[in-house]
Design a protein around this ligand. Sequence first.
Ligand code: 3HC
Length: 278
Amino acid sequence: MGAGIAEVFARAGLRVIGVEADEAALSRGRGHLEGSTGRAVARGRMTAEEQAALLGRIAFTTSRDDLAGADLVVEAIPEVMEFKRGLFADLDRICKPSAVLATNTSSLSVTAIAATTSRPAQVIGMHFFNPAPVMRLVEVVRTVVTEDGLPDEIAGLARRLGKTPVTVGDRAGFVVNRLLLSYLNHACALLETGLASRDDIDAAMRLGVGLPMGPFTLLDLIGLDTSYEVCEVLFRESRERRHAPAPILRELVTAGLLGRKTGRGFHSHDRDAPETAG
Ligand code: 3HC
């Protein structure tokens, strides 16, 4: 999601530093941005000059130290608490004292992430939705130690980015993923009972409820690893059986079939590859 979030900020005229772990990831991120803005040009939503100016506002680097002068950092790394805590401890050391450190976590505790820094009052959740340039919501996640006024400031920034903010407390899954992943996990469980096929469940929810995507297409878009992690966190917090990740979700993640990002998940996203779960 990092590339999508960078695009959102650059579209609003802000300067962005895109940091990736290595050159390969950086090149994928840059390609994603060029593809997404290229589509906007092809559809007449943006001129080639505007695209060039937008891309020109984004600097690409593999060095976290380049964030020393940033006013705001939005972290969008995998949903593993250990990685997040390590990164935030680093950011706390690198970034100027006034910088706000935001996390795009889907479900992890913002409070626990904030506690690894010397500035927990300036750590906040800024949760975008996939694809970030299209989806209009940002969940602003405040913790018990968030500085007064910071949630409103971040909500104002979200509006400047063309998004609608909602402010939520720091509970697993916040609002959207708490409700959405219960539904998506239930769809996986239904598939396993043999009640209906993958394509029929997708079609049922798309055509019967008017959703833009059926559950398995959406799971592939979100990423099965992220979906799995959100279910795990919801289960750990609630101990409710319905949140326990469905076995098929675990199986696909173990097999490395993570959805669109790997070319295959519940559906195949590569025309030559076989379909996964019928
Ligand atoms: N990046 C940038 N723009 C994109 C894009 C992407 N990855 N995918 C689609 N778009 C743009 C298109 O360029 C097009 O723009 P235009 O209207 O200006 O021409 C517009 O979105 C519509 O795209 P398409 O016509 O190609 O396709 P659809 O009409 O089918 O829309 C969709 C695609 C917006 C992805 C739609 O299917 C949808 O809304 N799906 C549901 C997505 C959803 O629920 N996301 C939330 C997931 S939960 C989450 O992210 C939280 C996390 O923490 C787990």
